[in-house]
Design a protein around this ligand. Structure first.
Ligand code: B4P
Length: 183
């Protein structure tokens, strides 16, 4: 299975990705986690993206293309994958389409997790990661609305979109996603 998880910051993509990956036996590929690891390691990539992530903006599409190309080329992704947090812009959609076409593969579904804005902000304040302050969350939500929300229309137009209500317990959201993808 090849899946994409779509949703605003703090909608629970990472939370669901971990459970889904285990259930489906495919790797969860979180670009947010990969970038945070690079920051923690102090690598060249990490030094470049640290302040961008802390400001709530997106890392540039070219950098992300390199990160995802390298990750999808790993052997564990051959049997399928779950992308958590990629693509986040229309150019990133194009990159992913290109990578899939090169491997003669297609996406099975794009799962959108919907959560009201006030709940997203509540979750951010409760979690308290560096980029979870009220101010940075405003910026992340603005960026989501401008750059990522258009992907919903794109995947909807290709009949790949499955939408689930993310404002419920983690187990309920998980069950809805499995139902939405027919598992
Ligand atoms: P991400 O790491 O993708 O972060 P996120 O969108 O905030 O998190 P997610 O939706 O996964 O929420 P989570 O499960 O953790 O991105 C961080 C940054 O990295 C971006 O701002 C950007 O700068 C950069 N980046 C990443 N990918 C990029 C790309 N493709 N292009 C450019 N830049 C990129 O859950 C959040 C909280 O809610 C947790 O505390 C969790 O316990 C709680 N929660 C989850 N489900 C819940 C539920 N059902 N009920 C109650 N609480 C719940």
């Amino acid at each position: 299975m090849r899946l994409v998880l779509l949703g605003p910051p703090n909608s629970g993509k990472g939370t669901q990705a971990a459970q889904l990956a285990e259930h489906l036996g495919i790797p969860a590929i979180s670009t947010g986690d990969m970038l945070r690891e690079a920051v923690a390691e102090g690598s060249e990539l990490g030094r470049r993206v640290d302040s961008i992530m802390q400001s709530g903006r997106l890392v540039d599409d070219e950098t992300m293309a390199a990160v995802v190309r390298e990750r999808l080329a790993k052997v564990d992704a051959a049997k399928g994958f779950l992308l958590d947090g990629y693509p986040r812009t229309l150019p990133q959609v194009e990159t992913l389409e290109g990578l899939l076409a090169d491997a003669d593969r297609e996406l099975d579904a794009a799962v959108q997790i919907v959560v009201p804005k006030e709940i997203l902000i509540e979750r951010a304040l409760a979690r308290g990661r560096k980029d979870d302050s009220a101010e940075v969350m405003e910026e992340r939500l603005k960026v989501y609305g401008e750059l990522t929300a258009p992907l919903v229309g794109y995947y909807g137009g290709r009949s790949l979109l499955r939408t689930v209500d993310g404002d419920r317990s983690i187990d309920q959201v998980f069950a809805s996603i499995l139902e939405a993808i027919g598992r």
